[in-house]
Design a protein around this ligand. Structure first.
Ligand code: 26Q
Length: 768
């Protein structure tokens, strides 16, 4: 046993004795997990709590979501403790795999929340002083199961095994005030470890609690005294994450969550800033705030309010805010842009509302066209407009997305403030999304170009000359990853997928614009083609889906049912199942993604052009050596720029074309002229599938009739998709195909979140 192992073992042993009254040999996995995590935490206490330079400017990343996934494996990797932990566990006959039962911290919905998590890790690795501020939801994104092919939701008890990676900081608790209640905000701090560089940044998640101890007698008596009820409600604020993704819901509890997050976080920063004894007008020299979409935008009027309380006049306070806030937009969809009813907001937060009104007045006084520039109009508050008006910088998340913001969504604002608008293309952390999820491939790369690329992903380009050499090993590793995934799917979904099949994967939130429907219809097209004999020698393919639908999103849930019915049809067919399998995995989350991404042969990124702001799943697959079957949308465009369009499989209408088509689009005509497409579409209503709810019929309706039939051009892109997909599947297995995979891997450098956070630091935060 070397010194590190010995220290780790002894530290674990002490924790097990004190907290669980057991020793390493008798401890259960849950107890070992807590002890190992806490032992690591205590070893890095000094770097975490004393390692910050008070002179350095810091950025606070305000986000309603942080989709962290599991911390233990990523932290061990970053700290270089992975092997030590393995050895120490082996001493008592245990294994890191025992911790596969640990729940994900799913305090986010999808892309936006996972991006925040990747940025925290990358900032720590790049030595950028970035702190996360969020909400410690008691229940994260719901746990999904399928019952008879329909999605069911259950509460996500992510704290089941405890939360050893957080520390409750009672001494930093603050009070948050609403018009009708006061609540205590208690912070839980989570260390964010840089990759083997000794840097530890912080993620501070707030939890709401009653101001006073709960008084049952008063509660039972309800003596005209509001306090008891207020206290009872306090815990509710952080109860649960709203499960919506790219759709707005005007729920007042959601506004309470947003203000709770923002008020507590700003009080925290204000307290620290005051302790430094500096002048308020210089706040931007010490701090800036990145607003992750509109969800935390209420921070702007809240800081105005606080600065006025500190004695500034509105113009002075405005000048400070216009320097410290920056705003990231993640979607162009009108239904996702946040709006709040002015009356409801002024009832809940009267002083904050006054500041928003003051912003509106200031805007009016600039003599601009009030139809083009407004924050409040018809008693509705437009949060994105408020954010743009006051922020120093506004950014989109991929080139094409930023261009659409400038040209279209925020056109008027761009004309007024052209210099405010910048692009920062999204990225992913290569530590979690290659080193951790695909260690064999990472080791293969190391053996050719060393390990520098772990923190400078552009160096992957240096692997190009070795492509021929590593090809056989790459194939073998992919094969092994596929076999592992197939075993996992067999165990968890009860579906058999032969590992030698092509793994064609679409995993992401379920949304009509992402067009899981297009994929589904293509599977039916291939199925009927194989059955009828019009498609010969179909390359054996497993179509793998993973997605959660927002519980209130009817069509999204219908699409899940549809795909599950297709899976039943295909998998139980003795002929078709020889060359096709379909599986929709349950409860797709970060940990499932780690297993899937390293095992995919085809990455489906097939959103209607102009709709996907960036996408980040596309980058994860690329980094693991997977070709993209996709549209020219979001970051797919830049993936093709980097890796060559000829090395990917691009189909469908471009943004320009899609916009033009939409004006005189009639999907019914297309379907009538395409019998194979018609056959697939008609399965929704011809009794092929069992569905008592009528939701499949409704899907049929939304494709062919109704107000805006086939809003996302599924029928229009169908042929182009089928042709490209069939060409891709038929090229699978050739050396040329594997070369394309590796050329994509070599070109993935741009999509490191390290590059993204450096872009933010240089151009937006002005740090370093
Ligand atoms: C708003 C109001 C009320 C309730 C919920 C919401 C809400 C919650 C989450 C609205 C939107 C979201 C999430 C949006 C999102 O994840 N967008 C994705 O962001 C990624 C990171 O930039 C991009 O890669 C994706 O393209 C984009 O869809």
């Amino acid at each position: 046993m070397n010194l590190d192992d010995k220290r780790l073992y002894e530290s674990m042993e002490n924790i097990l004795r004190a907290d669980f009254a057991c020793d390493p040999a008798s401890a259960e996995p849950r107890e070992l997990y807590n002890a190992l995590s806490k032992a690591v935490m205590s070893a890095f206490y000094h770097e975490w709590k004393n390692g910050r330079d008070a002179q350095k400017k810091r950025c606070a990343y305000f986000s309603a979501e942080f989709l962290m996934g599991r911390s233990i494996f990523a932290n061990l990797l970053n700290l270089g403790y992975y092997d030590a932990a393995k050895r120490v566990l082996a001493l008592v006959g245990k294994d890191l795999n025992d911790f596969e039962e640990v729940e994900d911290a799913a305090l986010g919905n999808g892309g936006l929340g996972r991006l925040a998590a990747c940025y925290l890790e990358s900032a720590a690795t790049m030595g950028i002083p970035l702190d996360g501020y969020g909400i410690r939801y008691r229940y994260g994104l719901f746990r999904q199961t399928f019952v008879d092919g329909y999605q069911h939701e259950e509460g996500d008890d992510w704290l089941k095994w405890g939360d050893p990676w957080s520390v409750r900081c009672d001494r930093d608790a603050v009070i948050v005030e609403f018009a009708d209640q006061k609540v205590k905000a208690v912070p839980y701090d989570m260390p964010v470890f840089g990759y083997r560089n000794g840097v530890v940044n912080n993620l501070r998640l707030w939890s709401s609690e009653p101001v006073q101890e709960f008084d049952f007698t008063a509660f039972n008596d309800m003596k005209g005294d509001r306090t008891a009820l207020e206290n009872f409600n306090a815990t509710k604020i952080c109860d649960v994450l709203y499960p919506n993704d790219n759709t707005m819901m005007g729920k007042i509890l959601r506004l309470r969550q947003q203000y709770f997050l923002v008020s507590a976080s700003l009080q925290d920063v204000v307290r620290k800033y005051k302790a430094q004894g500096k002048k308020w007008k210089d706040l931007d020299k010490s701090y800036c705030f990145q607003l992750n979409d509109t969800h935390p935008v209420i921070a702007i009027p809240e800081l105005l309010r606080l600065l006025r309380k500190e004695g500034m006049d509105f113009e002075e306070a405005f000048a400070v805010c216009a320097k410290v806030f920056n705003f990231t937009n993640h979607t162009i969809m009108a239904e996702a842009l946040e709006k709040w009813d002015a009356l409801a907001l002024s009832d809940l937060l009267p002083e904050v509302y006054e500041e928003i009104v003051a912003c509106q007045h200031r805007l009016e006084s600039e003599g601009l066209d009030p139809d083009k520039y407004y924050i409040i109009r018809d008693n509705v508050i437009h949060m994105a407009n408020l954010a743009i008006y006051v922020s120093a910088k506004v950014n989109g998340v991929a080139e094409i997305h930023t261009n659409i913001l400038k040209r279209d969504v925020f056109k008027n604002w761009y004309e007024l403030y052209p210099k405010k608008f910048v692009n920062v293309t999204n990225g992913i952390t290569p530590r979690r999304w290659l080193l951790l999820n695909n260690p064999a491939l990472a080791a293969l790369i190391d053996s050719k170009i060393g390990t520098q690329w772990h923190t400078d992903l552009s160096l992957l380009a240096g692997l190009k000359p070795f492509i021929g050499e590593i090809l056989p090993d790459f194939k073998r590793i992919k094969g092994e990853n596929k076999a592992k995934l197939a075993a996992y799917i067999r165990e968890h979904e009860g579906v058999e997928i032969p590992p030698e099949f092509i793994f064609d994967v679409q995993v992401k939130r379920l949304h009509e614009y992402k067009r899981q429907m297009l994929n589904a219809l293509s599977i039916l097209y291939f199925y009927f083609g194989v059955k009828e004999g019009s498609i010969k020698d179909f390359p054996p393919t497993a179509f793998i889906f993973g997605a959660k639908a927002a519980p209130g999103y009817y069509n999204a849930k219908a699409i899940i049912k549809f795909i599950n019915e297709i899976a039943k049809l295909v998998n139980s067919d003795p002929e078709a199942s020889k060359v096709m399998r379909v599986v929709f995995v349950q409860n797709y989350n970060v940990s499932y993604a780690e297993k899937i991404v390293c095992a995919a042969d085809v990455s489906e990124q097939i959103s209607m052009a102009g709709m996907e702001a960036s996408g980040t799943g596309n980058m994860k697959f690329m980094l693991n050596g997977t070709v993209t079957l996709g549209t020219l949308d979001g970051a797919n465009v830049e993936i093709c720029e980097e890796a060559g369009i000829e090395n990917n499989y691009i189909f469908g209408a471009t943004v320009e074309k899609a916009e033009a088509i939409k004006r005189f689009y009639c999907p019914r005509e297309i379907v009538e002229q395409d019998p194979a497409l018609k056959r697939a579409v008609e399965t929704l209503v011809d009794g092929t599938f069992s569905d008592e709810t009528g939701m499949l019929e409704k899907l049929h309706e939304s494709l062919l009739s109704g107000h805006e039939p086939d809003r996302y051009l599924v029928c229009f892109d169908f042929r182009s998709y089928i042709e490209t997909k069939e060409r891709l599947l038929r090229s699978f297995g050739t050396d040329e195909y594997y070369e394309k995979c590796l050329l994509n891997l070599c070109a993935a450098g741009k999509f490191s979140a390290d590059r993204s956070v450096m872009d933010y630091a240089r151009h937006i935060w002005k740090i370093k």
